[in-house]
Each structure stands twice: as structure tokens, then as C-alpha cells.
Design a protein around this ligand. Structure first.
Ligand code: ZN
Length: 306
């Protein structure tokens, strides 16, 4: 019986992943996700329903449009499989509860934003702002159980404690999380702009972190920002190193002296460091979802280790 539930959440995730692909393609272009029906982006031919089955269709058509033969990005299949895996992971983690629904909704929104940011370097308001509202709404259904919920009830009189529902504290936790997430990113963006004279992070990242904060509460939001920055920096340093090594090898292969190759490779790496725009939302989104699932365990373990 349990196996049927797990398989069903995975299948449900595949279907939502299919819809998410439509959002990833259309929302940054400012188009409706409801109408018209799906069409091939190359030739514009409508895709019939029987070719719209998650994963199966992409494999059967071997990643090509049936009409024009143009390749269809494997992103379609990857997003469907990931959404299925995330939905299944939420169920395995939280069981049959509203927390599973909250987790799946957060996973759906974050996967959409991660792939949109990776492809277009945009985090559309059409995803982040409804996401922020949904996160705040969920705090009334599933306790956020963060700083406010833990500290405030001890600071008011017993009579007031009885009168105030946990939902009020939970709502305050979501609002505080959103405010902390947004101000951290806003501050970082302002410092970055001052220091380097180019915009490194946009307002999209600020709204993304407000959304994550509403779902996670303050402590896990701070953890998300910390882990996301760490992952992003590691990725940035690795990319620069890869460019440097490739460039050096290519120049050295032309028979130039080693010193010259090294100097010019370093020059290329510096140009890349200056102009490359890292999709920071990808790292914040991934770490936000991981924090929601495993952050409390990590923090608990960390406090005990101290
Ligand atoms: Zn086509």
C-alpha cells in the first residue's frame, strides 16, 4: 500500500513537472501558461495530447519534434523527472500530512525558478510574488515553528498565551523570514554594486529570498543564504580555473613559451571573472529546498557539536 502512495506522488510530480516546463518557457517571455496549447518552439505546430506524456514522449520521439525534426532540449525530461523525485522525497520525508503539500509546492516553485534562472538569467515576478503569497498563506496551515513561535509565547502573560493561536506566531515567523531573506540579499546587492560598479545581483534574487524566507522562517533562511553563497563561490572559482587551464593548454599547444601562455591564460580568466553573470538564483533555490528538508537536522547537530 505504501509503495502505491510513493509511486502515485512520483507520477503526480511528473505531471506537475510537465506543466512546470510550460511555465519555464513562457513566463520569462511574458506569455500565458494556460492558452494556447503546447506547440513546438521551432515550427509552431501544436503538440497532440498523446505526445504530451511526461518523459515517455520525449524518449519515444528521441528528443526531436515529430513535425520538423528539430531537437527538443532534454531539459523537458530532466525537469519532469526532478519534479517527480522532489514530490516523492517530500512524501518520504513528511508522510501523509499538509507539510508534504507545502514541501511539494516549494519544490515546484524552486525548480521552476532554478531552471528559468539557468536558461534566461531571469527570476520572473510571475513566479516569485505568487510564491511569496503562497508561502505566507501556508504559515497559517503548517506551523513554521521558528524564532517567533519559540520565543514570543514565553514573553507574554499566560492569559494572552491562551488567547493567541499558534497561527499568529507562525504567520509572524513567515513574515520575519521573508523580511530577513529580502534584506540580506538587498544589502549584499548594494555592497556588490558599490564595490565593483556592475550589478551582480538583481531584484529577482531579493524577491526569491523573500519567498524562500516565507516558507522556511528566519533560521533556515540564513542557512540558505550561507550555503547558497558558498556553493555559488565554489562554482565560480571552479569555472575560472577551468577557463584558465583550457586556455593555457591551447596556447601552449601552439608552441608558445610557458610564461607567455600562463600570462595570457590569466588575462582570459580575469575577463571572465569580470563579465560572467552567475545565476545566483540557481544556488539559492537548490539550497533553499535542501534546507527545508534537512536544515533542522543540520542545525540541531551543529548546536550539539558546539
Ligand atoms: Zn517542430
Amino acid at each position: 500500500m505504501e509503495f502505491i502512495f510513493i509511486a502515485a506522488t512520483f507520477a503526480l510530480g511528473l505531471c506537475w513537472g510537465s506543466f512546470l516546463n510550460v511555465c519555464i518557457y513562457r513566463l520569462p517571455r511574458g506569455r500565458s501558461v494556460v492558452t494556447p496549447r503546447s506547440a513546438c518552439p521551432q515550427c509552431g505546430k501544436m503538440i497532440p495530447l498523446y505526445h504530451n506524456i511526461p518523459v515517455v514522449s520525449w524518449l519515444l520521439l528521441r528528443g526531436k519534434c515529430r513535425e520538423c525534426g528539430q531537437p527538443i532540449t532534454p531539459r523537458y525530461m530532466i525537469v519532469e523527472l526532478l519534479t517527480g523525485a522532489v514530490f516523492m522525497g517530500c512524501y518520504l520525508h513528511f508522510g501523509s500530512s499538509l507539510a508534504t503539500v507545502k514541501c511539494a509546492v516549494l519544490g515546484f516553485l524552486l525548480l521552476g525558478l532554478i531552471f528559468t534562472d539557468a536558461e534566461t538569467k531571469l527570476l520572473p515576478d510571475a513566479m516569485t510574488l505568487p510564491g511569496l503569497a503562497i508561502g505566507i498563506g501556508f504559515s497559517l496551515l503548517v506551523p513554521v515553528n521558528d524564532l517567533v513561535s519559540r520565543i514570543m509565547p514565553g514573553m507574554v502573560s499566560a492569559a494572552m498565551r491562551g488567547a493567541i493561536s499558534w497561527r499568529i506566531w507562525s504567520l509572524a515567523d513567515a513574515l520575519l523570514g521573508a523580511a530577513v531573506g529580502a534584506s540580506f540579499l538587498y544589502g549584499a546587492a548594494a555592497i556588490y554594486l558599490r564595490a565593483r560598479g556592475v550589478e551582480g545581483m538583481g531584484f529577482g534574487d531579493v524577491k526569491l529570498m523573500a519567498m524562500i524566507g516565507a516558507f522556511l522562517g528566519t533560521r533556515l533562511t540564513v542557512l540558505t543564504i550561507f550555503a547558497g553563497s558558498l556553493a555559488g563561490s565554489l562554482f565560480g572559482v571552479t569555472s575560472v580555473l577551468v577557463v584558465w587551464m583550457k586556455r593555457r593548454r591551447r596556447i601552449a599547444a601552439r608552441g608558445r613559451p610557458e610564461v607567455d601562455a600562463r600570462r595570457r591564460a590569466w588575462h582570459s580568466a580575469r575577463i571572465m571573472l569580470r563579465y560572467y553573470q552567475m545565476p545566483f538564483g540557481v544556488f539559492l533555490g537548490a539550497m533553499g529546498l535542501l534546507s527545508f528538508l534537512f536544515g533542522n537536522v543540520l542545525l540541531h547537530w551543529y548546536w550539539r557539536a558546539l
